[in-house]
Design a protein around this ligand. Structure first.
Ligand code: MLC
Ligand code: AMP
Length: 527
């Protein structure tokens, strides 16, 4: 852990403990308490049990989680075991996720776009006992990569239960007995640089994350969310699904983003909430039925900066004052524009309840008012899975001897009235369509191409994607620079599609600093 830095603005009172969490202090326990009353009320709309999309009530949902937990337990899984979960957003996936957490298993939500090498890294790193996967060929792929895995679909079809048929429910195990500090999710993220690390979030971290937005956004059981975000990242899972269950509200699950399907669901299901990444709002803003969003009580944007002009366009065209908030895998949500009060374009707002935020800086004042955003609170993760050094480096000591602060790697400034704006990143990261791309991971793959001598990847602004992945390539002697199609097809076996470059620029040399390190911020398009 670094020593105290030069301390800048402190955004919130130093009393994160004064925001009590719902009883019993665990996500699974709080869900069960919230969903037990009124069992006939609709909870989730979506694909269930191989049938068509339909409403599942609170009662049916809880019953399904009990049955699924029984089968997982009968298959030999015990609290603390990791379970890789990946699939399109369905009720089955939500049931599997909740069943795991109720049983004290640790869910590893995994992006279905991952290729073999990316999946192999996650498996080797966290060594799950089981994988619940719905994508084509994934069952075979994960079995090849880790032969001792228990593998099934998220509806648990195919799960082998020793001494029993795979179709039979097991005995009811003890549920909701995990403690607040027990791990609940491992979310893979590269953090600052390097290979993806598993951020371990406890039951209490996830509860705090969902509870703070529930309170801040006035989320009640009368709300209905259209949820087309994937359920393998914090936005769709930690906010959309977890918040819906905690508020005992309801949600319409959609397996992918389609503007027409969103607008149809808003109308057909009398929805009140929509959460999306800026790319979704960009596409909605260009849609001729965008005013359909106007019937919603609240539209929230996050995961990447919402361009101020897009914010204004949505307000003008659809009458929707989008509320922008800021989150991270390691922290769930930390800052949000207010529900009541100004939703300021270009700003992510003020700290969420219970979250302590401040700006740290370098050793001197030369950075001006800009500082690294630091955070602490019950929402902040427990550390990186089996990486004590990376965990220590991710935190900075408190100058007053209080709890340490997590370094987000994001750079911010604070307005006079306490609104935070993210103005840059200290970490190497491209965010395309709300998905993180780590340039070094892409460099490493592209550099294996025989016609590439040197390569560096960076993000360039894009109205649709926010940032677009672009590769600057120094061709190998005697070779033409490979074009974008060639590099994309070369990389696609190793990298998820959203990470492969959309443009290639041939250069003679890469810009480097005195130490020989590539200076990515100096990579430019030719005039
Ligand atoms: C898909 N493609 C992308 C992409 N998503 N390329 C770059 N960036 C992306 N994000 C590729 C596809 O593989 C395809 O490639 C081509 O683009 C066209 O696909 P599409 O059909 O237009 O894309 P679509 O499926 O509509 O997906 C776009 C999207 C999706 C924006 C809906 O990316 C998405 O759901 N993003 C949200 C991610 C998310 O949940 N982030 C939260 C992280 S949590 P090809 O080669 O086949 O043509 C977090 C914390 C926080 O950050 O604060 O929330
Ligand atoms: P992830 O590691 O996928 O959780 O991504 C977290 C990162 O997304 C943060 O560190 C920010 O860089 C970025 N991010 C999330 N929300 C916003 C936002 N509203 N504006 C700008 N960046 C954001």
């Amino acid at each position: 852990m670094d020593g105290p830095q030069h301390w800048r603005t402190h955004l919130s009172p130093r009393s994160p403990g004064s925001f009590p969490l719902p009883e019993p202090g665990t996500l699974a326990g709080a869900w069960t308490a919230a969903l037990t009353p009124d069992p006939d009320r609709p909870l989730l709309w979506g694909l269930v049990g191989g049938g068509p999309a339909r409403w599942v009530t609170r009662g049916e949902f809880l019953d399904r989680t009990v049955a699924a937990a029984g089968r997982l337990s009968a298959a030999g899984l015990v609290a603390g075991d990791r379970v890789l979960v990946s699939g399109p957003s369905t009720v089955d996936l939500a049931v599997a996720h909740v069943a795991c957490l109720r049983l004290g298993l640790v869910v590893v939500p995994t992006n279905g776009a991952y290729r073999e090498a990316e999946l192999a890294h996650v498996l080797a790193d966290c060594r799950p006992r089981a994988a619940l996967v719905d994508h084509d060929r994934w069952a075979d792929l994960v079995t090849d990569l880790q032969p001792n895995l228990l593998v099934a679909a998220t509806d648990l079809q195919g799960l082998e239960v020793p001494g029993g048929s795979s179709g039979v429910d097991g005995p009811t195990p003890e549920l909701d007995s995990a403690g607040p500090d027990d791990p609940a999710i491992i979310g893979y993220t590269s953090g600052t640089t390097g290979r993806p690390k598993g951020a371990v979030l406890t039951q209490a971290n996830l509860l705090a994350g969902a509870h703070s937005v529930r309170v801040a956004w006035r989320w009640t059981d009368a709300d209905r969310l259209v949820l087309c975000l994937p359920l393998f990242h914090m936005h769709g899972l930690g906010v959309g699904l977890h918040g819906t269950l905690l508020a005992a509200a309801s949600a319409v699950l959609q397996p992918r983003f389609d503007p027409d399907a969103v607008l149809d669901a808003v109308e057909a299901h009398a929805a009140t909430l929509f959460f999306g990444v800026p790319t979704m709002y960009h596409r909605l803003a260009g849609h001729d039925r965008v005013s359909g969003l106007g019937s919603l009580r609240l539209c929230v944007s996050g995961s990447a900066p919402l361009a101020a002009d897009l914010h204004v366009r949505l307000a003008d065209r659809a009458g929707v004052p989008v509320l922008e908030r800021y989150g991270m895998t390691e922290t769930v949500m930390l800052v949000s524009n207010p529900y009541e009060g100004q939703r300021r374009p270009g700003s992510v707002g003020i700290p969420l309840p219970g979250v302590d935020v401040r700006l740290g800086g370098g050793d001197d004042e030369t950075d001006g008012p800009t500082g690294e955003i630091l955070v602490r609170g019950p929402n902040v993760f427990a550390g990186y899975w089996e990486r004590p050094e990376a965990t220590a480096e991710a935190f900075v000591a408190d100058p007053d001897g209080g709890d340490p602060w997590f370094r987000t790697g994001d750079l911010g400034v604070v307005d006079d009235d306490g609104y935070l704006s993210i103005v840059g990143r200290a970490k190497e990261l491209i965010i395309s369509g709300g998905l993180n791309v780590y340039p070094r991971e892409v460099d490493d793959v592209l550099s294996l191409h025989p016609a590439v001598a040197e390569v560096a990847v960076a993000g360039l602004p894009s109205p649709e994607w926010g940032e677009e992945v672009v590769a600057w390539v120094v061709p190998a002697v005697g070779h033409e620079c490979p074009d974008v199609d060639e590099l994309r097809s070369f990389a696609q076996d190793h990298l998820a599609a959203y990470k492969v470059p959309r443009r290639v620029v041939a250069v003679d040399v890469l810009p480097r600093n005195a130490l020989g390190k590539v200076t990515r911020h100096e990579l430019r398009l030719p005039d």
